[in-house]
Design a protein around this ligand. Structure first.
Ligand code: GDP
Length: 297
């Protein structure tokens, strides 16, 4: 997920820790390299700049350069700053699913991995939390997408709402709620339609579903491979629909990880999960402490 960035940073810090005594200039030079490494990882410019400024402020204080292990102190400051930039409030992996049946709304552009992620999360909720989950596809424009969710459901043993031809997304959301209540489900997941771009119709439909479903969580699925675009998509979705978190997919294919590092700082929304492959188990909670450790190797 962060292979390239991690490699670059470990080079910078290795030099720094090997050096023993450090002047403020040494620290400044190293942090300039950190900034370049972040930008090359496709971290957005203001985020990279703020990050380095913050670290610089803390690292050029007397205590660091005068300490016995100045290089390690700088690494520690970077580590903590990384956690700060990634961390939202609360536990990212804990979905609000009290008061059954709890609706979870899944939104995102077509091809972002929304349907796959819906199924992955349903499986996770079932296996880890012992919840009964019902999944429903609201993608009435694309019958194939509805079929896809049903096929995934069968594959992983999770119920899907039967498809009724001609029903609109709001009606499907209502039927999902009724079925979830009657069937004793803990959670029902609404996989909304995606389109290639954010347009009026996409937003109108997602907002209409949100208004009837009153979701406990609205998770935006974005393709991590699209880097800063993923962050722009998240900003726009949040402004128009309101999201409670982001799922970044295809992080198995992104050695740079820039979207992951910019997302919370730019949008104010935490990344809750990352998709790491096509398999139904290829999803992980986005835990800032672990991620910071992974980046710094
Ligand atoms: P949707 O149009 O947003 O519902 O997208 P889909 O769920 O149909 O996913 C599109 C393609 O991306 C499928 O082939 C998925 O298997 C694949 N995909 C989804 N998530 C991931 C991921 O985290 N990593 C990888 N490598 N592929 C993924």
């Amino acid at each position: 997920m962060f292979e390239n960035l991690s490699e670059r940073l470990s080079g910078v810090f290795e030099r720094l820790t090997r050096q023993g005594a450090l002047s403020e200039d040494d620290v400044r030079t190293a942090l300039r390299e950190v900034r370049v490494a972040l930008l090359e990882a496709d971290v957005s410019l203001p985020v990279a700049r703020d990050f380095v400024n913050r670290v610089q402020e803390q690292a050029t204080g007397q205590a660091v350069t005068k300490s016995v292990t100045p290089g390690q102190q700088v690494v520690k400051i970077v580590h903590d700053a990384l956690i700060d930039v990634l961390k939202g409030e609360g536990d990212p992996g804990k979905l609000k699913i009290d008061n059954p049946p709890a609706p979870i709304l899944m939104v995102g552009l077509q091809g972002s991995g929304k349907t796959t992620t819906t199924a992955k999360l349903a499986k996770r909720l079932t296996e880890r939390d012992g919840k009964r989950v019902l999944m429903a596809s609201l993608d009435t424009n694309r019958p194939a997408a509805m079929e896809q969710l049903a096929i995934l459901g069968t594959q992983i043993g999770i119920d899907t709402l039967p498809i009724v031809k001609g029903e609109d997304p709001v009606a499907i959301a209502r039927r999902a709620r009724t079925q979830a209540s009657l069937g004793g489900y803990d959670v029902y997941m609404l996989d909304t339609a995606g389109r290639l771009h954010i347009d009026e119709e996409l937003i109108r439909q997602a907002a209409a579903v949100r208004d009837v479903a009153n979701p406990r969580e609205t998770l935006l699925v974005v393709d991590g491979l699209t880097g800063q675009d993923a962050v722009n998509v998240a900003t726009e979705f949040d402004a128009k629909i309101g999201v409670t978190g982001v799922v970044l997919t295809r992080m198995d294919g992104d050695g740079r990880g820039g979207a992951a590092l910019s997302m919370r700082a730019v949008t104010g929304k935490p990344i809750r999960f990352v998709g790491l492959g096509e398999k139904m188990d290829a999803i992980e909670t986005f835990e800032p402490e672990r991620i910071a450790g992974r980046i710094l190797g």
